[in-house]
Structure formats: structure tokens, C-alpha cells
Design a protein around this ligand. Structure first.
Ligand code: 13P
Length: 254
């Protein structure tokens, strides 16, 4: 089933002890009386089961921040997609730049993880985005084209599978945690091109396209008003319930 727009997803990254995470989840639950769009939180793995439990019945999506490409096995420290699902997750973020560039994950690995997530019944939030150097060199669209071709299991969708468990997040690496964003025009042009790149490769409706990178309460409305921007993947600003909720309502969610 298609996810209602806007999608505003909070990536908590490596933040939050139990008390912080449960307080934040509780504050969101109080606000989310009747959700018109999709609101989601992606806590660290240690908090996933408890946050998912806290949010049962609220309609707030809960997800993991990564998964292994295999469903089980001798992989010390890793978490498999069926385990995320078992802990109460409905989704997982894959290919985040902090894993691509911080931990050396390549397109092929991101694609294998995406297949594993979809096979486990999770919604895959696949991140793509160019580095500062690629941006400065005018190579943004080439990078995104390569990441789309390499990171997504497109064969599934050209063989008739619906892309309703897929979300694509465009996060320029240089905009993450820096307070800098591309201009609204640049975001608009890039998202339009993304829609054009995906159109011929996916049967049926396009997956939601999110923008991520320094989304805050005061720029969220402008960013989410852009054509082909269906929501936001939010890092730092998602750790404050008030601010995160303001981003969600700025995008038209309530
Ligand atoms: P910031 O919102 O902190 O820039 O982080 C964005 C991000 O990486 C979300 O996945």
C-alpha cells in the first residue's frame, strides 16, 4: 500500500539512551493523534523494540538504521532484516552516507541489503547523494544515476513487483549535519531528474522521494513544497519532539 505523503522520517543515528528515546517517542505519540501523512522514527538498534512497543497503535512508523544482507548466520555484531522486523520495525534505512562513506559500503552491498529488507517485508529507505567534491565538479546527476542503477534491485520492479515498499532519500553528503542545503531550485531540478530516471525503471507509481540534509523547522515548508519532494529524512532536528513535529506539519502532515 502506498505510504501517505508527506513522509517525515527521523534518523536518530547513534543518539539516545533508553530514557531519552522513550521520552522522545512518548512526546511524538502525544501529538500523533490522527496522522494524515507518514511519520517515522529510526532509533538506534538498542532502543528499537522498546520504542516500537511504546508506539504501538499510534500509526508512527518505526525502523532500523541498517541491516545485514543475509537473513542469519555467523556475522558478529550485525543485525538481520528479519530480526528488525521481529523487534517491531516496519522499515529500515539503507545506504546512508555515514555507512557508504564512513564504513565503505558500496552500491552492490546496499542493493543486497535492500533485497534482504524487502524479502523480510520491511520498507527500504534507500539513501543516495553526492559528496561535496562531486557537487563542486558538477557530477551530482551522474552520481545519482550510478547509485540508482547500482543500489536498487530494479529487476524486481521491471518484472512487475510494485515499488510500494521502497522510499528513496536524496541526501547530499555535504548537506548532512552542516546547516547547508542546496538551493530550492537545485533541489527541485535534482528531484525532477530523479523522477525522470526512475520512471522508466519502475512499473506503476514512483516511490516517494525524500530530501535529507539540514532540514529544520524553518526550511521544511519551502523544501517540502517543491515538486517531487514527498517528504524529508531528518537527522539532528528529529531529536527534539517539538521541532520534528513542526517539520511534519510544515510538510502538510497533521
Ligand atoms: P541532518 O538533518 O542532521 O543534517 O542529517 C540528515 C541525515 O543524515 C538524515 O539521515
Amino acid at each position: 500500500m502506498a505510504l501517505p505523503r508527506p513522509l517525515v522520517l527521523g534518523n536518530w543515528k547513534m543518539n539516545g539512551l533508553r530514557a531519552d528515546g522513550l521520552t522522545l517517542a512518548g512526546r511524538l505519540a502525544e501529538r500523533a493523534v490522527k496522522l494524515s501523512g507518514t511519520l517515522g522514527v529510526f532509533p538506534p538498534a538498542t532502543l528499537l523494540a522498546q520504542v516500537a512497543q511504546r508506539l504501538v497503535g499510534t500509526g508512527i512508523m518505526v525502523g532500523g538504521q541498517d541491516c545485514h544482507e543475509k537473513p542469519s548466520g555467523a556475522h558478529t555484531g550485525s543485525i538481520a532484516a528479519p530480526m528488525l522486523r521481529d523487534a517491531g520495525a516496519g522499515a529500515v534505512i539503507l545506504g546512508h552516507s555515514e555507512r557508504r562513506h564512513g564504513l565503505g559500503e558500496d552500491d552492490a552491498l546496499v542493493q543486497a541489503k535492500t533485497r534482504a529488507a524487502l524479502a523480510a517485508g520491511l520498507t527500504a529507505i534507500v539513501c543516495i547523494g553526492e559528496t561535496e567534491e562531486e557537487y563542486a565538479g558538477g557530477r551530482t546527476l551522474d552520481v545519482l544515476e550510478r547509485q540508482i542503477a547500482g543500489s536498487l534491485p530494479l529487476d524486481l520492479f521491471t518484472r512487475g513487483a510494485k515499488a510500494d515498499s521502497l522510499v528513496i532519500a536524496y541526501e547530499p553528503v555535504w548537506a548532512i549535519g552542516t546547516g547547508r542545503t542546496p538551493s530550492l531550485d537545485e533541489i527541485g531540478r535534482t528531484h525532477t531528474r530523479l523522477a525522470e530516471m526512475l520512471g522508466p525503471r519502475i512499473e506503476g507509481d514512483l516511490p516517494p522521494l525524500l530530501y535529507g540534509g539540514s532540514v529544520k523547522p524553518d526550511n521544511a515548508a519551502d523544501i517540502m513544497a517543491i515538486a517531487h519532494v514527498d517528504g524529508a529524512l531528518v537527522g539532528g532536528a528529529s531529536l527534539d519532539a517539538d521541532g520534528f513535529w513542526r517539520i511534519y506539519t510544515a510538510g502538510g502532515g497533521a
